[in-house]
Design a binder for this molecule. Structure first.
Ligand SMILES: Nc1nc2c(c(=O)[nH]1)N[C@H]1C(S)=C(S)[C@@H](COP(=O)(O)O)O[C@H]1N2
Ligand SMILES: [Mo]
Length: 546
């Protein structure tokens, strides 16, 4: 028999809230067990790792630093829709509600188990969340109906059915349909929709879901790590950076400042939830092709000779003219010193560094050992590394794109060989080795800007890390290249500001820039996309002069 006495909207609402309770409980438990055990994150992480390279590039291009938020938002929207559908179906067949949650539990559990370094305890958030969700749905749907005596005439006008009856009746009856006779049950009672009890239950579910989520976030250690970070007393560098030359920054409005403030520094990584690593529990293991494997604590690192260096980081995903480049003053331990101490073997040619979240970089040994300021960095622009940028320790290697060198939250270095190990991005279509290509960018005017006729400043930055920039040239409307004025630099590892005056004449104009590095190589005009080993071509902008 049985139409459900519970209207579809009420089932959907119950499903939605039950889904919220499931996620809240999972979040709470994950707060204790660890962030990668939260199934939504595990599913997102799995999606990121499984996504084909072009899709990932598209996401980085389109959503920029919000790509992870967009992904998590997408996962949540899908979950919300499915939870609502589960709620609607469970009105007539509670077993469908259980089955629906079970399917999600299994998918979530599979995603969690495929994450690096997860084990059986990491299933707890998924299992407990799923149970809590299924239980909540049953409870809410139970509250949504009350049995009333069928003979009580004033209580009988609702479209009535037996809660939990078989779904053999496809006719939906609108909840507000006028008087119709109640369906009689053997016990003489009739199940009737009870809006008030459902809504109070829903309110309770919302409170539980919200409280569990907030509590889970706090337990998740963000605060503990923020506190530990605030407690770090940075030692003085043993080898300070060369003082910045006076003419390092033209201070032209709109031009990237020579030092990128930490809050403005680009961020690129695969982490949906930024790893929260407590420095007091952090260790760095160095093993593989070494005579004496070592394990360093954070205190060990701070106690070693510290080098300070100005280094510009660049992401291989940066399009010509793109924003994924930034310059900072880093403080850290020279990687070469640690490797020598470990007894680096001569047949090693790759350092496979692993982040606490499983991400890996493969860095050429010869680059790290050639004397440049390749660092296990602990500080950025005078403060302990921001959590987003790898706290407590990350690698910085001048001259290499971040994806092969700049491992954040680094915990393990396997000294190995390129023919024996493969790093994260290599099977995803990116080159095994990633030396940074010489590039230049126009910061002012901005592309599409309206410019007043007359003398105008064109300015930007150029970089060729560890080689240095020797010249920057600018041309307008494909005319003669003119040599730009270069700012000072402390060394070859940072970007270099440039500027040039231009007598702007009315009309639309195209401005292009190209740089020549200290090895005499001028950028190629040939456009190439970021994959597999870095974009090429001249940054070109158009302005309207009037
Ligand atoms: N753990 C971890 N480290 C990582 C990455 C990552 O995905 N995970 N991405 C790398 C890439 S591709 C770049 S360009 C730099 C970016 O560093 P930033 O976010 O501090 O600017 O980090 C590198 N280190
Ligand atoms: Mo990158």
């Amino acid at each position: 028999m049985s139409k459900s006495s519970v209207p579809a909207w009420a089932g959907g609402l119950a499903g939605l809230v039950s889904g919220g309770v499931a996620l809240g409980v999972a979040r709470l438990v994950a707060g204790v067990v660890g962030p990668s055990s939260f199934p939504v994150v595990a599913v997102g992480d799995t999606a990121i790792d499984a996504a084909p390279a072009p899709l990932k590039d598209f996401a980085i291009r389109t959503f920029g630093e919000n790509d992870k938020a967009v992904l998590v938002g997408g996962v949540l929207v899908v979950l919300a829709v499915v939870a609502a559908v589960i709620g609607v179906s469970a009105r007539r067949r509670p077993s469908l509600g259980i089955a629906g949650f079970a399917v999600f539990g299994v998918l979530g559990a599979l995603a969690v188990l495929t994450r690096p370094g997860t084990g059986a305890v990491d299933l707890l958030p998924t299992v407990l969340g799923t149970l809590a969700g299924a239980w909540t749905l049953r409870w809410l749907l139970g509250r949504a109906t009350t049995l009333v005596p069928a003979w009580a005439p004033e209580r009988a006008p609702q479209p009535a059915a037996v809660h939990g009856g078989a779904a053999d009746d496809r006719h939906e009856v609108p909840a507000d349909e006028p008087e119709r006779p109640a369906v009689m049950r053997p016990g003489g009672a009739v199940a009737e929709f009870d809006r008030r009890r459902l809504l109070t239950g829903v309110a309770g579910g919302v409170v539980v879901a919200g409280a569990a989520t907030v509590l889970g976030q706090q337990l998740g250690g963000r605060q503990a790590v923020d506190a530990a970070r605030a407690d770090v007393a940075l030692p003085r560098p043993t080898t300070p950076a060369r003082p910045l030359p006076a003419g390092v920054d033209f201070k032209i409005p709109g031009l990237s400042p020579f030092v990128t403030p930490n809050r403005d520094f680009y961020r690129v990584d695969t982490a949906i939830v930024v790893p929260q690593v407590n420095p007091n529990e952090w260790t760095l293991r160095i093993h593989g092709l070494v005579d004496r494997p070592i394990e360093l604590t954070y205190a060990d690192l701070l106690g070693r000779p510290l080098t300070e260096a100005d280094v510009t980081l660049t992401c291989v995903s940066n399009e010509v003219g793109g924003p994924y480049v930034g310059n900072a003053r880093w403080l850290g331990v020279r990687m070469a010193d640690v490797l020598r101490e470990a007894g680096l073997r001569s047949d090693a040619d790759m350092l496979l560094s692993t982040s606490v979240d499983g991400f890996t970089c493969g860095t050429p040994v010869d680059v790290v050992m050639d004397g440049r300021d390749a660092l296990f960095a602990i500080a950025m622009n005078g403060e302990p590394l921001p959590v987003d940028h790898g706290f407590p320790v990350r690698q910085v290697v001048p001259g290499l794109y971040g994806y092969v060198s700049a491992t954040k939250w680094v915990v393990d270095i396997k000294v190995t060989r390129f023919d024996a190990d493969v790093a994260y991005w290599t099977p995803r279509g990116w080159a095994e080795k990633g030396p940074i290509k010489t590039q230049s960018r126009i910061d002012v005017p901005g592309s599409g800007d309206k410019v007043k006729a007359g003398r105008t400043t064109i300015a930007g930055v150029a970089w060729a890390q560890h080689t240095g920039i020797d010249a920057v040239e600018v041309r307008v409307d494909g005319g003669q290249w003119r040599v730009a004025k270069l700012a000072e630099v402390p060394g070859p590892d940072t970007w270099r500001q440039w500027s040039i005056d231009w007598d702007a004449t009315p009309g639309e104009h195209t401005i292009q820039v190209r740089a020549t590095d200290a090895a005499g190589r001028t950028q190629t005009e040939q456009p190439a996309p970021p994959a597999p080993d870095g974009a090429t071509g001249y940054h070109t902008i158009t302005v309207r002069v009037s």
